[in-house]
Design a protein around this ligand. Structure first.
Ligand code: NAD
Length: 504
């Protein structure tokens, strides 16, 4: 097991083992996955290619922990362990951030804040552990009931390539706080930080089997998780296509599912808005995380009265966005995570050139230092047909489509015109209009005069193809429980025979 601190390296960072039942074990197969180095086009890391036998071993270990040492801990003790994990992450945050930045290609500046906040996420759920309580219900005068929020059981968390550590904390936090055990499956594109997270979980003293990490490809490990009868719940973040495959493959066991998928979020600016704030956030929202964010403001809907002026300034500022190496602290955006994602982004850019007008970007950044990394320019299209691919589909790259509207009704129609419904932003000084739009837009999160302040405190998740269920906020933890209702009779009289058999 490679350990942090992570300094310079010769050749790819190599991880030889999976974490199963508290020990670092060889995978059953002898295959390996080469994870790309987005900045150079080379290989960043090599991890074992787990398969269904490894999933099975991890599930057995998770089940044994569930029925053994983990069940013996009180909820407060579980919270204390989660808190300790949060502190270890905070202590190693600078190294973890460098690791994850190099792995995902996202700029260190973005990732540093996110890794630090990962500790906050775990602290929040650590504090929740002993506050998961049932209800007492008086049914009749002599019959009452109480509910017990029991752990669901073994939870599998399937994690995407863009924010491995942070998005894992959204799942691991509530799952463990509620008393479940977990099998983590990182993306095969980026996510070695989850092996490091496994190391930290062992170090702080989680009982063996509570946290397991199985690396492997989506097509092999994913279906093995979805079909495994010993897994009670899957908490997934990734594309809608993979979510659909999971839903289908897990239907035979009726697994509990939380699905966090993609988006095509509308960022809507009315002519009475604070345009300076809207501009600042429009550029950031369109290109943050090198475009690899589920809540990218990838559709900018501008009131036609301000469209030309706003677009001109947006393009001027987009030209100032620095594309650079992930670990360069001056980079605003880095490369795409993989060659496949670069090819996908490039395909959409080409389709945009055929269906709309290119206002900025559309190619490889001119900086020759960036060499053979998976870089693409931040790109802005105007005169976009609302039914075209660049206006409808999630690209997951730094590509912005600008559309115009005349009034509130048209803005709402355009906002709701895609298959997605994750986030939306509305910029206006008209309070009534802001709240009317918030109610009318089909999205799990609507921000008014700000852009997606994601937090452990705020329920997050999507409508339509953007997902199923919500993560974060105080209620999320109950999605990791099975409510059991216990009814009891406490009346002084014996229960009468409804059939009156003795009267016969
Ligand atoms: P992806 O769907 O390619 O992969 C996500 C995970 O699913 C990976 O671990 C992958 O190995 C696994 N997987 C792939 N096929 C599978 C299958 N058939 N069965 C089970 N698992 C399978 O997504 P990605 O490229 O890693 O991430 C990008 C996507 O994630 C985008 O759509 C983005 O919007 C979404 N995302 C959503 C949120 C959110 O909170 N809603 C956050 C981040 C990313």
């Amino acid at each position: 097991m490679t350990t942090i601190p992570w300094g310079g390296m010769n050749g790819p960072r190599t991880y030889e083992h999976l974490l199963i039942g508290g020990t670092w074990r060889d995978a059953y197969g002898d295959g390996a996955i080469e994870m790309p180095d987005p900045a150079t086009g080379g290989v960043f890391a090599v991890v074992p290619a787990g398969d269904e036998r490894d999933v099975d071993a991890a599930v057995r270990a998770a089940r044994a922990a569930l029925d053994g040492p983990w069940a013996a801990l009180t909820s407060s003790q579980r919270g204390t362990l989660l808190y300790a994990l949060a502190e270890r992450i905070a202590a190693e945050a600078p190294e973890l951030a460098k690791l994850e930045s190099a792995d995902t290609g996202r700029p260190l500046r973005d990732v540093s804040g996110e890794v630090a906040r990962t500790a906050d996420w775990l602290r929040f759920f650590a504090g929740m552990a002993d506050k998961v309580v049932g209800r007492s219900i008086e049914v009749t005068g002599d019959m009452s009931a109480y509910t017990i929020p029991q752990p669901v059981g073994v939870v599998a968390a399937i994690i995407p390539s863009n924010s491995p550590l942070n998005l894992t904390s959204w799942k691991l936090g509530p799952a463990l706080a509620a008393g479940n055990t977990i099998v983590l499956k990182p993306s095969e594109v980026a996510g070695v930080s989850l092996l490091e997270l496994g190391r930290l979980a062992c170090e702080v003293g989680f009982p063996p089997g509570v946290v397991n990490v199985v690396t492997g490809t989506g097509p092999v490990v994913g279906p093995a998780i979805a079909a495994h009868p010993g897994i009670d719940k899957i908490s997934f973040t990734g594309s809608a296509e993979a979510a659909q495959a999971i839903m289908a493959a897990s239907s035979s066991t009726l697994k509990r599912l939380t699905l966090e998928c993609g988006g095509k979020s509308p960022n809507i600016v009315f002519d009475d808005a604070d345009l300076e704030s809207a501009l600042n956030m429009a550029v950031f929202a369109a290109f943050k995380s090198s475009g690899q964010s589920c809540s990218l403001g990838s559709r900018l809907l501008l009131h036609n009265a301000i469209r030309e002026e706003f677009t001109a300034e947006l393009v001027r500022r987009t030209a100032l966005v620095r594309v650079g190496r992930p670990l360069d602290p001056t980079s605003d955006i880095g490369p795409q995570a993989s060659a496949a994602q670069l090819a996908k982004t490039t395909r959409y850019i080409e389709s945009g050139k055929a269906s709309a007008s290119l206002a900025f970007g559309g190619g490889t950044p001119p900086d020759e230092d960036l060499g053979r990394g998976f870089y693409v320019q931040p790109t802005v299209f105007v005169d976009v047909d609302p039914t075209s691919a660049i206006a409808q589909e999630e690209i997951f790259g730094p590509v912005l489509s600008v559309l115009g509207f005349d009034d509130e009704a048209q803005a709402r129609r355009l906002a709701n015109s895609t298959r997605y419904g994750l986030t939306a932003a509305v910029w206006t000084r008209d309070l009534g209009r802001a709240h009317r739009m918030a109610r009318g837009i089909e999205a799990g999160l609507v921000t008014l005069n700000c852009y997606r302040p994601v937090s452990w405190m705020l329920p997050y998740g999507g409508m339509k193809l953007s997902g199923l269920g919500r993560e974060n906020g105080v209620d999320a933890i109950y999605d990791y429980t099975e409510p059991k209702t216990v009814v009891y009779h406490h009346g002084p009289e014996p229960l009468a025979d409804p059939y009156r058999l003795l009267d016969r």
